[in-house]
Design a protein around this ligand. Structure first.
Ligand code: ATP
Ligand code: RIB
Length: 292
């Protein structure tokens, strides 16, 4: 079982031909509300691939909270560690344009995920093969969860997104760290190659359409991305992480798991919404075999 401890949001997505400049008004082309949040997205990415997934998060006692929980359950995720709290559900204001996005997250209920919640789910953590964390919940809770997982002996995949709040002294309790290039630079403040060589087989850097890379102790392994027609890149990183986790808990070696994750993420960017394009295991296999 994979346990995700993280955020769940409702994404308020606006598409437009051009991003507005400061003080400018532009006319949009689409508007939709779809479930998101890095924690929930990564949980759903792993669950779509057939994995057993448990999600811990906080959502509001509001309509968005109800939709978020329904969506997790429809994706076969165990929601017994989802708390309903007296705070508005988290939202992300997402602007899509020019093949890219700009996102403002208002954490709301996500800010109420506390260390006491981690204590309450100790038995779940003990049963997990891997725990996944991101940085959209309070940093003290992330630090507490890392210490708990280390004490129990459960491996942790931490996706340091957004990179704010990451502390280098978290590294000893992290098994896999998966920043994108910008986050890597923000976290380590050093050349990417030096950072990779410092953390062999543990630091996996995503490279957008170019795929991902890591250092295996002897060689730099660059695992190429898959060429695709991009509709919406929102959630590409989350799909990569959910699929990487699925690969690792099902016995793939790191290179296989990164290739599997690249294939899954390349499928996810072909559809609208963070979760809209997250593939099934069969779809990823088809992409890996060049049939999709
Ligand atoms: P995002 O914030 O857009 O969700 P990210 O910045 O966290 O993503 P990226 O490195 O941009 O992370 O992308 C994550 C993974 O998604 C890449 O390693 C790659 O496998 C896949 N990916 C991203 N963009 C593309 C693309 N245009 N074509 C194919 N694969 C892509
Ligand atoms: O990674 C994409 C996610 O970031 C979106 O779903 C949005 O909710 C923000 O948390």
């Amino acid at each position: 079982m994979i346990t995700v401890i993280g955020s769940a949001n409702m994404d308020l997505v606006v598409g437009t031909e051009n991003f507005p400049n400061q003080g400018e008004t532009v006319i949009g082309t689409i508007f939709d509300t779809v479930p998101g949040g890095k924690g929930a997205n990564q949980a759903i990415a792993a669950a779509r691939l057939g994995g057993e997934v448990h999600m811990a998060c906080c959502v509001g006692n509001d309509l968005f909270g109800t939709s978020i929980v329904d969506n997790l359950q429809q994706n076969n995720i165990d929601t017994t560690s989802v708390l309903r709290v007296n705070e508005a559900s988290g939202i992300a204001n997402i602007l899509l344009s020019e093949g890219d996005n700009r996102i403002i997250v208002v954490p709301g209920a996500n800010s109420l995920l506390m260390p006491s919640h981690i204590d309450a789910m100790e038995e779940v953590i003990k049963k997990s093969k891997l725990v996944m964390l991101q940085l959209e919940i309070p940093i003290p809770t992330v630090i507490y969860a890392l210490a708990k997982c280390q004490a129990i002996g459960v491996p942790v995949l931490l996706n340091p997104a957004p990179a704010r709040g990451f502390e280098l002294d978290m590294m000893p309790s992290i098994t896999y760290l998966t920043p994108n290039e910008t986050e890597c630079e923000q976290i380590f403040g050093m050349d990417m190659i030096d950072a990779l060589e410092k953390y062999p087989n543990r630091l996996i850097i995503t490279l957008g359409s170019d795929g991902a890379r890591y250092f295996d102790g002897e060689r730099h392994i660059i695992v190429e991305g898959f060429k695709t027609n991009v509709v919406d890149t929102t959630g590409a990183g989350d799909t990569f992480n959910g699929a990487l986790a699925h690969g690792m808990v099902t016995g793939m070696d790191l290179e296989q798991a990164v290739r599997f994750a690249n294939a899954a993420a390349s499928l996810s960017v072909e559809k609208f919404g963070a979760q809209g394009g997250m593939p099934t295991f069969e779809e990823v296999e088809s992409r890996l075999e060049g049939r999709l």
